[in-house]
Design a protein around this ligand. Structure first.
Ligand SMILES: Nc1ncnc2c1ncn2[C@@H]1O[C@H](COP(=O)(O)OP(=O)(O)OP(=O)(O)O)[C@@H](O)[C@H]1O
Ligand SMILES: [Mg+2]
Length: 439
């Protein structure tokens, strides 16, 4: 993600350059909850709809044959309705939830084959997690919360406090080191969560709807904060959200889920410019396309008779930011990357985007429908602490952090918070009969 300003949707350079490499390579991943889940994958039972399978066997397919790769330094967003399997998918990647089938290759090695010890190492050193409900230890000061993962690792007190202080400063909380979590606002608490995750210098940061409990303005601040931190520390990030505007703002690529399945995966301009079906089309319909589609997306090959001495633009500039250049130019604007001419953009392409009708009122806003994903959470014996073996294990989550106190318990009040001004948020549960655990 190399956005030049938080509001610009310029496409990434870093992730694009890493296209052939994978930090995480997920292949044919399944997670079936319920009795004897093994009998489902690879049998006719797997073909049943969620509700049929549940009725017949008591099992829920939370993740269904999902494959994708995450590239170094990429911000990879997972989106979908409540109950579509986002949290389960992401938890399978660190084995906070045990996958039922498939492979999860991290730096080429299958995490599913890791032993307890290796897994603990991975969670303490390579991965870190930021939760929606912050997961802070209430009786510890900010500094101790931030240093927690380092303490678990056995780092000396002085060294870990030094590192923790740096992180507190990085997230803009200097001065609050000695406060307790309940003395901080929600936004500040989540900054502590961010600092704690960054303190362990992980390879991959996982975020499970970290900002959905925050009010819209604070939430926007925090999104900008993530963008800034990503620019500064360049970590690979996997980010779950309900909020399309958040996904578009943060994501290099977005994976959209429905009923456990991958529906579409692509860059923001692919998702907005070419939604694969009505499900995706409906929730991108309110997005101002000129804020998302890039010159790369709208360019075309030059015609033989066209002059090629016009102004230049990069391929990752969004239409909104190139409109004036294009409309003022008397020649086609050349889309150039690394000295190479990729295509041209003229008023015709730009106006095509601006004039595109953008149907309203089709997405968002199904307040009142509670999230359904919590219904079965307790069916599996506390996955969070399962493989940790230290004295702190009962409270240890990924990377030695305190485990999320109650996973998903707060995933939004009715409807969940949204941004003002028609932010397209996935309607929670509504309109998706098969979307989850309400049986
Ligand atoms: N431990 C569990 N036992 C049984 N079923 C579960 C368990 N965890 C999740 N599920 C079911 O798996 C499906 C996917 O749940 P998951 O929590 O991954 O969805 P989600 O997309 O993260 O939803 P939300 O947006 O509400 O957080 C749901 O139908 C849920 O009820
Ligand atoms: Mg979830």
């Amino acid at each position: 993600m190399t956005m030049t300003s938080p509001t610009q949707q310029a496409r990434p350079g870093a992730a694009a350059r890493n296209e052939d490499r994978a930090v995480l390579d997920v292949r044919g991943l399944w997670k079936v909850f319920g009795p004897r889940p093994d009998r489902v994958v690879g049998t006719p039972l797997a073909e049943l709809s969620r509700s049929e399978l549940r009725a017949r066997t008591g099992c829920v397919t939370a993740v269904r044959d999902v494959s994708f790769t995450v590239r170094p330094q990429e911000v990879f967003v997972v989106m979908g309705l409540s109950g579509s399997g986002k949290s389960t998918l992401v938890r399978c990647l660190t084995r906070l939830v045990e996958p039922t089938a498939g492979e999860v290759l991290f730096d080429g090695e299958d995490i599913r084959k890791a032993g307890d010890r290796q897994l603990r190492e991975l969670r303490r050193h390579r991965f870190a997690m930021v939760f929606q409900n912050f997961g802070l230890l209430p009786h510890r000061r900010v500094l101790d919360n931030v240093a927690y993962g380092l303490e678990i690792r056995g780092m000396r007190k002085e060294a870990r406090y030094e590192r923790a202080r740096e992180m507190v400063e990085l997230v803009g909380l200097s001065g609050s080191e000695n406060s307790y979590p309940d003395q901080l606002s929600g936004g500040m608490q989540q900054r502590v969560g961010l600092a704690r995750a960054l303190a362990v210098d992980p390879d991959v940061l996982f975020f499970d709807e970290p900002f959905s409990a925050l009010d819209p303005l604070i939430r926007r601040d925090m999104q900008n904060e993530v963008i800034r931190l990503h620019r500064e520390v360049g970590k690979t990030m996997i980010f779950i959200t309900h909020d399309l505007s958040e996904a578009l703002k943060l994501g290099d690529r977005i994976l959209i889920m429905r009923d456990g399945e991958l529906v579409q995966m692509g860059t923001p301009d692919e998702v907005v410019g070419a939604p694969v079906d009505d499900y995706v089309r409906e929730f991108v319909s309110d997005v101002p396309r000129s804020n998302v589609l890039t010159t790369r997306w709208i360019m075309r090959p030059p015609r033989p008779d066209e002059p090629l001495d016009g102004p230049e633009a990069g391929p990752d500039v969004v239409v909104r930011d190139v409109v004036h250049t294009v409309l003022r130019a008397t020649r086609p604007v050349k889309v150039v990357e690394g000295g190479e001419l990729l295509g041209v953009v003229t008023a015709e392409e730009v106006l095509g985007v601006l004039a595109e009708p953008s149907p309203h009122g089709t997405s968002g806003g199904s307040a009142g429908s509670p999230p359904d994903a919590t219904s079965g959470e307790s069916a599996e014996p506390s996955p969070e602490g399962a493989s940790a073996g230290s004295a702190d294990s009962s409270s240890e989550g990924a990377s030695g952090q305190p485990a999320e106190p109650s996973p998903d318990a707060t995933s939004g009040g009715p409807g969940g918070p949204g941004e003002p001004g028609g932010s397209a948020e996935f309607p929670r549960s509504a309109g998706s009969p098969g979307s989850g655990g309400q049986g």
